[in-house]
Design a protein. Structure first.
Length: 158
C-alpha cells in the first residue's frame, strides 16, 4: 500500500522523469531511499545517447552494489515513476534491494501505447512480481500516474 510517507518520493521520481524528458531521454526517474528516509541516490533515464540499457533503476542497483552492504540494501526503498522493466527488476533482485514503489505500471504504459498506436516494442513488459520473488511491490499511484501519462505523451509527440 502506498502511504503518505511515500508521496514526496513518488513526486520526486516524476520530477526526475520530467528532467530526463527535457534532456531528450525517455521520461523515467527513480530514487533510492534508506530505511531512515534519506535519499541515497537518484537518477533519470539516459537512453537518448543510444544505449537503451541506461535506465535509472539499473543505475540504482549498480550504485547500491558498490556503496551499500547487503543488509543496508535489503531495507532500502526504490521509488520510481514507472514500474521496472525485466532488466531492472532482475538487477534489483540480484543486488538484494528492498521494497519497490512505482507511480505508473507496465500495464498502464502498454495501454497508453495501444491508445496512441505506438509499437509495443520487443520486450514482453512483465510485472516486477513475474521477474523477482520476495520483494514488496506497491503501485500504481492513480493520481500521479496521470502526470506520467502526460510525460509519455510528450515523449511520443502525442
Amino acid at each position: 500500500m502506498i502511504t503518505k510517507v511515500d508521496q514526496p518520493f513518488l513526486k520526486r521520481s516524476v520530477e526526475l522523469a520530467e528532467e530526463g524528458l527535457n534532456k531528450g531521454d525517455a521520461p523515467f526517474g527513480s530514487l533510492l531511499v534508506s530505511s531512515d528516509g534519506k535519499i541515497l541516490f537518484e537518477d533519470h533515464n539516459h537512453i537518448g545517447g543510444g544505449d537503451a540499457t541506461r535506465h535509472p533503476e539499473f543505475a540504482i542497483s549498480r550504485w547500491a552494489a558498490e556503496n551499500l552492504t547487503p543488509e543496508e540494501r535489503a531495507v532500502t526503498v526504490v521509488y520510481t515513476s514507472g514500474e521496472h522493466c525485466s532488466m531492472c527488476s532482475s538487477a534489483h533482485g540480484l543486488v538484494g534491494l528492498g521494497r519497490i514503489v512505482y507511480v505508473s505500471s507496465t500495464e498502464q504504459l502498454k495501454a497508453w501505447k495501444k491508445e496512441w498506436n505506438i509499437d509495443a516494442g520487443r520486450l514482453e513488459g512483465l510485472a516486477i512480481e513475474d521477474v523477482i520473488k520476495g520483494t514488496q511491490v506497491d503501485g500504481p499511484d492513480e493520481e500521479l500516474s496521470k502526470q506520467v501519462k502526460q510525460l509519455q505523451a510528450r515523449y511520443y509527440n502525442i
